[in-house]
Write a protein that binds this ligand. Structure first.
Ligand SMILES: Cc1cc2nc3c(=O)[nH]c(=O)nc-3n(C[C@H](O)[C@H](O)[C@H](O)COP(=O)(O)OP(=O)(O)OC[C@H]3O[C@@H](n4cnc5c(N)ncnc54)[C@H](O)[C@@H]3O)c2cc1C
Length: 387
């Protein structure tokens, strides 16, 4: 099959899918609604399986200088800082060469730039910015994407990697809005020198408290500290990734927490907040010549740090399924069969991990029983797993 595949959304899932499909010899055109690919987001976890994909696609070497080994990640009591699980890591957070099979952390913008750079180098300009998809139409022998700017694109198949607010998902399967999960995330970055007095527990740590967590780790060779507080709440009205948050509201949400948490909040600048939304797992993702990938199919809570990993895994499995079947509908069927169980498991375990880390009494946290220690979740390799 010398199929031409339209990918919608140049986020982490869409870019990885485009690279993986090209890796297996398919022709790809990538369409993104944003007019430019800019510096957005902050820290995220690079799972072992995700990095296995990057090695297979020959981008891990370019990523390694931007990534920090995520070793010894400790869980601490929100008031006393007592070690509940894991080990302290007093290292400087310097990158390694990326070859050892461990989880790492990096800035979303750095990963995005590496993937976009690889695609630009290899795909001969098939990335179309400022193309917001508004409709999908099946034709006699293919599928047509219709964009808000009046342009259209024809392909043999369409892969929608258009995120938690996917335009394609309701077009295929009817309206179902993303669900507010009752959690709000507050995020800010702090420079190395300002953060130093609050890093007595080392470069990375998660503080656990009743209905709250605070996670912070260094990025970019220790130059910045990525801070994320997550708080349970019963209401949220905001949209997107850029609603400003004030120091006072974060300090009120985390009143009584360890001074290493509140001290960082007191030094925050340009903090943002966003409501955490997920997507109910769908029984089917593909319809005709279109399918869903990443958050569009299965957006999940961030307590396992596996949201980006699931999109990256989807991308590799989709490309392998197409290569194995050499036919659109059979390729989609093989992709879904390989991915439903895995994504539903990680979706459910992310909820469970959140309940454990936000328990009323943090002293009950049992690391051995937590999904964050579950080998079945952590050891999955989308490059080698049989499909
Ligand atoms: C701006 C932004 C900032 C983020 N920051 C963080 C962060 O700091 N930490 C973290 O862990 N996760 C962050 N995420 C989420 C994380 O990237 C995703 O949860 C995960 O990577 C899954 O990737 P995805 O490709 O499915 O979706 P996304 O990475 O969300 O990508 C979806 C892409 O589709 C595009 N798109 C949407 N609708 C259309 C349309 N109709 N037509 C064309 N294109 C469309 C979007 O502009 C986006 O580029 C962020 C996502 C975005 C979009």
């Amino acid at each position: 099959m010398s199929a031409h595949i339209i990918v919608i959304g140049a986020g982490l899932g869409g870019l990885t899918a485009a690279l993986a499909l090209r890796h297996f010899g398919f022709s790809v055109a990538l369409y993104e609604q944003a007019p430019t690919l800019g510096e957005v987001g902050a820290g995220l976890t690079l799972s072992r399986g995700g990095q296995s994909v990057f090695r297979a696609l020959d981008v891990q070497d370019a990523l390694a200088p931007h990534a920090t080994p995520s070793t010894g990640f400790p869980f601490l009591h929100y008031q006393t800082g007592r070690l509940l699980a894991g080990e302290l890591n007093h290292g400087a957070g310097l990158p390694d060469d990326g070859t050892v099979d461990i989880a790492r952390q990096c800035h979303r913008a750095d990963l995005h730039a590496v993937l976009a750079g690889a695609f630009a180098e290899r795909a001969l300009g098939a990335l179309h910015l400022d193309h917001q998809l508004i409709a999908v139409e099946e034709t006699a022998h293919g599928i047509r994407a219709v964009f808000a700017n009046g342009e259209t694109a024809l392909g043999d198949a369409l892969v929608a990697a258009d995120g938690v607010r996917s335009a394609v998902r309701p077009l295929l399967w009817g309206e179902d809005s993303p669900r507010f999960t009752g959690q709000v995330a507050y995020r800010f970055l702090v420079g190395r020198d300002t953060a130093l007095p609050y890093l007595g527990f080392g470069r990375g740590a998660v503080f656990l408290g009743p209905q709250r967590t605070f996670n912070r780790y260094t990025l970019r060779s220790g130059a910045i500290l990525n801070c994320v507080g997550i708080a349970a709440t019963d209401q949220w009205t905001g949209e997107g990734w850029a609603t400003p948050a004030t120091r006072d509201e974060m300090l009120a949400e985390f009143a009584g927490w360890h001074p290493d948490v509140t001290g960082l909040m007191a030094h925050s600048d340009q903090a943002i907040k966003w409501g955490l939304f997920d997507r109910a797992p769908l029984p089917l993702w593909s319809r005709g010549r279109a399918t869903l990938l990443g958050d569009a199919a299965h957006a999940m809570l961030p307590f396992l740090g596996m949201g980006a990993a699931m999109a990256i895994e989807d991308a590799m499995i989709l490309a392998r399924a197409f290569a194995a079947e050499q036919a659109v509908e059979a390729g989609f069927a093989r992709y879904e069969t390989a991915r439903h169980g895995r994504t539903e498991l990680v979706h459910a375990k992310s909820v469970e991990q959140g309940q454990l880390t936000q328990a009323r009494d943090p002293d009950t946290y049992d690391a051995a029983a937590a999904p964050a220690s579950d080998r079945a979740i952590l050891d999955y390799d989308p490059v080698t797993t049989p499909i």
